[in-house]
Design a protein around this ligand. Structure first.
Ligand code: FES
Length: 149
């Protein structure tokens, strides 16, 4: 018996997600949603000396959304804000051992949540946030590349 199209890492992060919860005194909080499936992700980050020292999330969504937000929080912890901004949904999916093509949009939600939390942090600290285009992550062409090989 296998877990179908999902890698063991995806199943692990889905069944035992890391960093679930709330950071009460977060330096940045971002909430994003996918209007197509209705799933919502909220990301909290703590920043010290330009480094992300903690990250937590709450995801009301599918298993792939939970697994990718779990992996995304693990990947941005310890990184600088600039490095975390470079985290792509594909990098998150790859770290999970890949996702089925129909589930790649779920990883986009994780990337978008990280960017949204950083945007909030930058707004609070510098008065200027990222240029986030509303809904920009929903366009097909954002998901460059193919998972099939
Ligand atoms: Fe909505 Fe996965 S189906 S994020």
């Amino acid at each position: 018996m296998t877990s179908g199209p999902y890698s063991s890492k995806v199943m692990d992060h889905f069944a035992n997600p890391r960093n679930v919860g709330v950071i009460e005194d977060a330096d940045g909080v971002g909430t994003v949603g996918n209007p197509v499936c209705g799933d919502i992700m909220k990301m909290y980050i703590k920043v010290q000396n330009g480094h992300i020292t903690d990250a937590k999330f709450q995801t009301f969504g599918c298993g792939a959304a939970i697994a990718t937000s779990s992996m995304a929080t693990e990947m941005i912890k310890g990184k600088t804000v600039e490095e975390a901004l470079e985290l792509s949904n594909r990098a998150v999916a790859e770290a999970l051992g890949g996702l089925p093509p129909v589930k790649m949009h779920c990883s986009v939600l994780a990337e978008e949540a990280v960017r949204s939390a950083i945007d909030d942090y930058l707004r609070k600290t510098t008065g200027k946030g990222l240029e986030i285009e509303k809904g920009a992550y929903l366009h097909e062409d954002h998901e460059h590349g193919h998972e099939d090989g």
